[in-house]
Design a protein around this ligand. Structure first.
Ligand SMILES: Cc1cc2nc3c(=O)[nH]c(=O)nc-3n(C[C@H](O)[C@H](O)[C@H](O)COP(=O)(O)OP(=O)(O)OC[C@H]3O[C@@H](n4cnc5c(N)ncnc54)[C@H](O)[C@@H]3O)c2cc1C
Ligand SMILES: *[C@@H]1O[C@H](CO)[C@@H](O)[C@H](O)[C@H]1NC(C)=O
Ligand SMILES: *[C@@H]1O[C@H](CO)[C@@H](O)[C@H](O)[C@H]1NC(C)=O
Ligand SMILES: *[C@@H]1O[C@H](CO)[C@@H](O)[C@H](O)[C@H]1NC(C)=O
Ligand SMILES: *[C@@H]1O[C@H](CO)[C@@H](O)[C@H](O)[C@H]1NC(C)=O
Ligand SMILES: *[C@@H]1O[C@H](CO)[C@@H](O)[C@H](O)[C@H]1NC(C)=O
Ligand SMILES: *[C@@H]1O[C@H](CO)[C@@H](O)[C@H](O)[C@H]1NC(C)=O
Length: 538
């Protein structure tokens, strides 16, 4: 009795002291956050160009619109919770010089910056952090200046792909740009990570068509291609922007498209021989005419009999030509699909962007300007396939998908232009030798932490199952399909070994050159996140 009383008392005292200590720590911490915030804002207000504009571009938790501005570009409901650490300030520059001042002031007071353009980062790295941070939000910087006679455009980082496509279409019906299908993606994140879309077999990824850029570096300087030099310009084409500076804008080369393109979406279920047809697709997808991009989209769907589930494989195409030619190509190269002319739809390239984004082309072109997205929780992963998956392998995958119920897969063909560009040409390394890239997509409504965990476990399970069927040494991954399961750093120096784990998956042999560029331009590792490129210790 006595002993237990004593030990309880001791425990109580120890517990009280601990509480007191934690409280003290917490207060000290929040004092120091407050001090950091104050000195950051003070620094900004003394800037040459600040005048009275500061109030227009800074949001602290006390500001009326702080929560709206924060949530506007949170695209994954998983990270849209009150539990998440919030930025101590959000800066939304209206001018390039304000980006420079933000970088200089954050560096001066030692505040981490997360840079956000479209906010689509799958893991929310552009707006969340474990340590105190500010968001530099680029959505106000979104001009698109097109020069049709030069066939070029300057696109600011905060522009969305939809805005870019719309503005090209306003100027010309026979020009386009090879970039992503989802129209709300931000240029800043999308291009710097490579950026692929349904013209990659013809024109490569977005950065293969980038000819210049403007960046704010760790010293707060604005540099264009000439100013930054070829090494840094190389790095921000596929190596991600967030490790190297703030991308202000990219200059792109527009590409020609015919006035009429053709699309189709032909579904086949397992009962309609989907397994055989997908299997055969692997032998033609990367070799067929470069004008054709033929994707396979796999989903578990209700089967014919009550309560059963099957897999639907949707064969979705963009062909840069007319329907007759497309039908004759596929009759010869891929008769298993049984494509007929009535499956095809001819339309303008701009309508095809609507068809691909929304599965409807009867939306008005102005739908491309819409910045809203559907709110969902999601988790994504990626893989590259270099040898066709055998039929029994596919059958196993489909069984897993049926069991999980909410995992989709996208098979995106490579080949064509992708195989002609050397791996070291840009920081984006996934070139010749890939038949296709797999994207794993898993969506669920907003369900809280337990449901998040349950779903993510299912996806990790499928990813593990895929190990023998996909690329090895390294198991490659696409940086724009951010996945923190494949490794992270704790921000420190000497993070080389930690970073190499994800670094070689995302960048293969380009990783070491990226580290070299990083060491030269940002030796203090000011621009960093959970999966950035670390500098080498001095
Ligand atoms: C629905 C959906 C569909 C997608 N479809 C495709 C597709 O078809 N093709 C494809 O390639 N990808 C696709 N993606 C992935 C997409 O390309 C990446 O998520 C990309 O990083 C998004 O860029 P963002 O600017 O919208 O994201 P953000 O979250 O703003 O940024 C992503 C990363 O880039 C950094 N960054 C952002 N802006 C800058 C800047 N100005 N300077 C420096 N660093 C910056 C961020 O800090 C972060 O690390 C898709 C994503 C989603 C959610
Ligand atoms: C905010 O911006 C608007 C429009 O640019 C301007 O009219 C207004 O004066 C600015 N307000 C402040 C406080 O800077
Ligand atoms: C907050 O946002 C609303 C809606 O966009 C806008 O009308 C209002 O002026 C903003 N208020 C402040 C203080 O920025
Ligand atoms: C985040 O929450 C806000 C407020 O509840 C909501 O309006 C918004 O749609 C949510 N966004 C996402 C991506 O969940
Ligand atoms: C467009 O490009 C042409 C050809 O390079 C050039 O002469 C012209 O000045 C450019 N126009 C603008 C508005 O920059
Ligand atoms: C599936 O393939 C078999 C054998 O090749 C064939 O007989 C059958 O007609 C096909 N079914 C469909 C729906 O195409
Ligand atoms: C499915 O089952 C329900 C109830 O068991 C029955 O009413 C319905 O007719 C069945 N539908 C089909 C298509 O078999």
């Amino acid at each position: 009795m006595k002993n237990s009383y004593h030990s309880n008392t001791h425990q109580y005292i120890a517990f009280t002291m601990l509480k007191f200590f934690l409280l003290l720590l917490c207060c000290l911490n929040s004092f120091s956050f407050a001090a950091t915030k104050k000195s950051f804002l003070q620094c900004l207000s003394t800037c040459k160009n600040a005048n009275n504009k500061l109030a227009n571009i800074t949001y602290t938790p006390k500001s009326t619109n702080y929560t709206i501005v924060l949530q506007d570009y949170i695209r994954n409901s998983r990270f849209n919770t009150s539990k998440l650490r919030k930025p101590i300030v959000i800066v939304t520059p209206l001018e390039e010089s304000q980006v420079q001042e933000t970088v200089k002031c954050a560096k001066k007071v030692g505040l981490q910056l997360k840079i956000r353009s479209g906010g689509h980062d799958f893991e929310g790295l552009s707006y969340k952090s474990k340590t105190p941070f500010a968001i530099l939000d680029m959505f106000n910087l979104r001009s698109v200046e097109i020069n049709i006679s030069a066939e070029t455009a300057w696109v600011q980082a905060g522009a969305t792909l939809g805005e870019l496509y719309y503005k090209i279409w306003k100027k010309s019906k026979v020009h386009a740009f090879p970039a992503g299908v989802c129209t709300t993606l931000g240029v800043g994140g999308h291009f710097s990570g490579g950026g692929y879309g349904n013209m990659l077999r013809k024109y490569g990824v977005s950065i293969d068509n980038v000819v210049d850029a403007r960046i704010v570096d760790a010293k707060g300087r604005i540099l264009d291609r000439k100013g930054m030099g070829e090494d840094l310009f190389w790095a921000i084409r596929g190596g991600g922007g967030a490790s190297f500076g703030v991308i202000l804008a990219y200059k792109i080369k527009l590409v020609p498209v015919p006035p009429v393109v053709t699309v189709f979406n032909v579904p086949k279920t397992l009962e309609e021989n989907a397994t055989d047809i997908v299997h055969q697709w692997q032998y033609i997808a990367d070799k067929v005419d470069n004008d054709l991009f033929l994707r396979v989209f796999l989903q578990p769907v209700p089967g014919r009999s009550n309560g059963s589930t099957t897999v639907k494989a949707s064969f979705i195409a963009l062909f840069l030509g007319d329907a007759n030619k497309l039908v004759s190509i596929l009759k010869e190269k891929f008769p298993e699909l049984g494509l007929e002319k009535k499956d095809c739809r001819e339309m303008s390239w701009i309508k095809s962007t609507l068809f691909w984004a929304f599965f409807h082309d009867d939306f008005p072109e102005t739908a491309l300007l819409d910045r809203k997205t559907v709110a969902n929780s999601f988790k994504m992963k990626s893989d590259y396939v270099k040898t066709p998956i055998p039929k029994d392998g596919l059958q196993g995958v489909f069984k897993k998908m049926i069991k999980a119920g909410n995992i989709w897969m996208m098979f995106n063909p490579y080949g064509g232009k992708m195989s002609e560009i050397p791996e070291s040409e840009t920081a984006f390394p996934h070139r010749a030798g890939n038949i296709y890239k797999i994207q794993y997509l898993q969506y669920w409504g907003h369900g809280g932490a337990a449901l998040d965990k349950k779903n993510i476990h299912l996806l990790r399970n499928l990813y593990k199952y895929m190990t023998p069927l996909v690329s090895k040494n390294p198991r490659e991954a696409f940086q724009n399909y951010r996945d923190i399961d494949i490794g992270c750093t704790k921000y420190g120096y000497n993070a080389y070994n930690q970073a190499k784990v994800y670094g070689v998956k995302y960048f293969k042999n380009n990783f070491d050159r990226l580290v070299k560029v990083k060491t030269e331009f940002d030796p203090e590792n000011f621009f960093r996140n959970e999966q950035s490129i670390p500098p080498l210790a001095k």
